[in-house]
Design a protein around this ligand. Structure first.
Ligand code: THU
Length: 132
């Protein structure tokens, strides 16, 4: 799939949506629907630190709560030297709603970029298929 550069720019600008008074570490996510809608989100922290919600999960929960279930790409942007690496909880949420070959584009500082997939990020995942 061709990655639209506008998706990358949208993920970077979504860092401005982050609420990060505790870590000052802003992350932006751009979740692209099959209809080319861009769902933008930042991470949302809490004084009770463990309740903080990553940008990626914020984007999925925002989309799902609006009845949008079909996605074709996820772009994540953060201020890491290497392309940002999404946490385990977010990888599990990706598995719930995306095909294993869906592209995930990771952007770090200075726009350093890595292209991977949901399946590469969480191999041998537990998922709904295991509940049958
Ligand atoms: N964070 C994300 O939003 N996404 C990631 O991929 C990694 C970590 C957030 C959680 C917390 O608000 C801050 O970054 C520092 O861990």
């Amino acid at each position: 799939m061709t990655i639209d550069e506008n998706w990358i720019e949208a993920a970077i600008s979504a860092q401005e949506r982050a609420y990060v008074p505790y870590s000052s570490f802003s992350v932006g996510a751009c979740l692209v629907t099959n209809e080319d809608e861009l769902i933008l989100a930042g991470n949302i922290e809490n004084a009770s630190y463990g309740l903080s919600n990553c940008a990626e999960r914020t984007a999925f929960f925002k989309a799902i709560s609006e009845g949008k279930y079909n996605f074709k790409a996820l772009i994540i942007s953060g201020e890491t030297e290497e392309p940002i690496s999404p946490c385990g909880a977010c990888r599990q949420v990706m598995v719930e709603f995306c095909s294993s070959d869906m592209p995930v584009i990771l952007i770090g500082k200075n726009r350093v970029r890595k292209e991977t997939t949901v399946g590469e990020l969480l191999p041998y995942a537990f998922s709904k298929k295991d509940l049958n």
